[in-house]
Design a binder for this molecule. Structure first.
Ligand code: HEM
Length: 383
């Protein structure tokens, strides 16, 4: 099988591992003229770029992608902490990290299995069914963990998950104009929905729900209500594609294990599968940084405005890192590190477990799938 032509093609390549290993070992930091990007592929290099004060998550002159600018989707994009650097979002980020860290993860299997009762499993269309579950159920599980009332309200729940998926899709640089327009409709729907969920008088709230504590603490830290709502939605959006990818890549891995007559269905085994996937077949394969000032990084002179591709999937396979300090890089690191990592792993395991209980067959799924077109996330699409 030919190697991927470049790190962007590796994201959806059938077996990019040897390419990533080689990149981390032999070209840990280089300039790719054809892509117009610097590329950081070694663990130390990725870490250095993430930590550099001049590294920004968006180009200075373009806080919102041009396709979304001026639309409701653009307004929401521009308010996400994930898409912003600078001082204004530090108080919100602090509250959010604290609240995400305090979420109760015990009992996730039972909660996800209860949510899954509203999801039909069509044995005549296992691929389509699994694709739908992968994108929707993790979003609902995160909503449920935050205390949003989604159980017993399948209509609203499924609609919310569909709107989150539509918005997440519109953020991709590969989005069609139709997907961009759907993203704006989704942003308007989600803002109205979350505003209502956050308002004090909702009758069917879970008592002591994490979202209330988040809102209270963020308001006390001086964060505007609208920004809190945007970033509460942001949690669902961030959960959507990455967790879909984690579930899908776990199913692919399980299918491969089953092909070798291993049947890892006990809970400890699913934990092991998740850990392996995060390291060797992760859903988020790269992210980017844009330099706000000239900087010397990893032995090279970079200019303000230069873009760096951080190949997280390669950094996880960097053999220069001693085994006892090796780690998966798919959750990022530093100022924008994923605050949802533990939740995501717990949710993904529970979704895979629910799928297996309801009859999903990883070995059969493995026989017909491709990867969804993407420049950064590796998400199987089962046929
Ligand atoms: C429960 C599901 C998840 C939630 C609620 C969540 C939430 C978030 C949030 C809020 C951020 C922005 C943090 C900031 O900018 O300060 C973030 C960043 C990030 N998340 Fe997650 N996430 C979830 C799942 C995942 C998964 C499954 C992956 C990959 C395996 C992932 C990978 C990342 C990465 C790489 C970043 C940083 C991107 C960058 O620095 O450029 N997330 N996440």
């Amino acid at each position: 099988m030919p190697m991927p032509s470049d790190p962007l093609a590796a994201v959806t390549h059938p077996d990019p591992t040897p390419y990533y290993r080689g990149l981390a070992a032999r070209r840990p930091f280089y300039r790719d003229e054809a892509l117009g990007l610097w590329v950081a592929a070694g663990a130390a290099e990725v870490e250095a770029v993430l930590a550099h004060p001049a590294s920004r998550v968006r180009p200075l002159a373009q806080p919102v992608p041009p396709a979304l600018a001026g639309s409701p989707a653009g307004a929401m994009f521009g308010g996400l902490i994930r898409m912003n650097d600078g001082a204004w979002n530090a108080p919100l980020k602090g509250v959010l990290r604290k609240r995400m860290g305090a979420l109760e993860l015990a009992g996730m299997r039972q909660r996800v299995s209860a949510l899954a009762q509203d999801f039909p499993f069509d044995p005549t269309q296992p691929g389509a069914t699994v694709n739908h579950w992968m994108f929707s159920l993790p979003v609902l599980a995160v909503a449920d963990a935050l205390g949003l009332a989604v159980t017993g309200r399948p209509g609203v729940a499924v609609q919310a998950a569909a709107q989150v998926t539509a918005f997440a899709r519109a953020m991709s640089p590969l989005a069609t104009s139709q997907e961009t327009a759907a993203g704006s409709e989704a942003a308007t729907w989600l803002q109205a929905w979350m505003r209502e969920r956050l308002s004090a008088g909702e009758p069917d709230l879970a008592p002591g729900r994490p979202l209330d504590a988040l809102r209270r603490e963020a308001l006390a830290a001086g964060v505007a209500q609208e920004v809190i709502a945007t970033n509460a939605i942001g949690l669902l959006i961030q959960a959507c594609e990455a967790t879909a990818g984690l579930v899908g890549n776990m199913l692919v891995r399980l299918g491969r294990e089953m092909a070798q007559d291993r049947h890892p269905d006990a809970s400890g085994a699913l934990r092991d599968v998740a850990a392996l996937v995060l390291r060797e077949d992760p859903p988020v394969q790269n992210t980017r940084r844009f330099l706000a000032a000239d900087a010397r990084l990893c032995g090279a002179d970079l200019k303000a405005g230069d873009a760096v591709l951080l190949v997280l999937a390669a950094a996880s396979l960097d053999e220069r890192v001693p085994a006892d300090s090796a780690r998966p890089w798919t959750f990022g690191a530093g100022r924008h590190a994923c605050p949802g990592d533990a939740l995501a792993v717990s949710v993904a395991q529970a979704v895979v477990a629910a799928l297996l209980v309801r009859g999903a067959d990883p070995a059969a799924l493995l026989r017909a799938f491709r990867y969804r077109p993407s420049l950064n996330t590796r998400i199987p699409h089962f046929l």
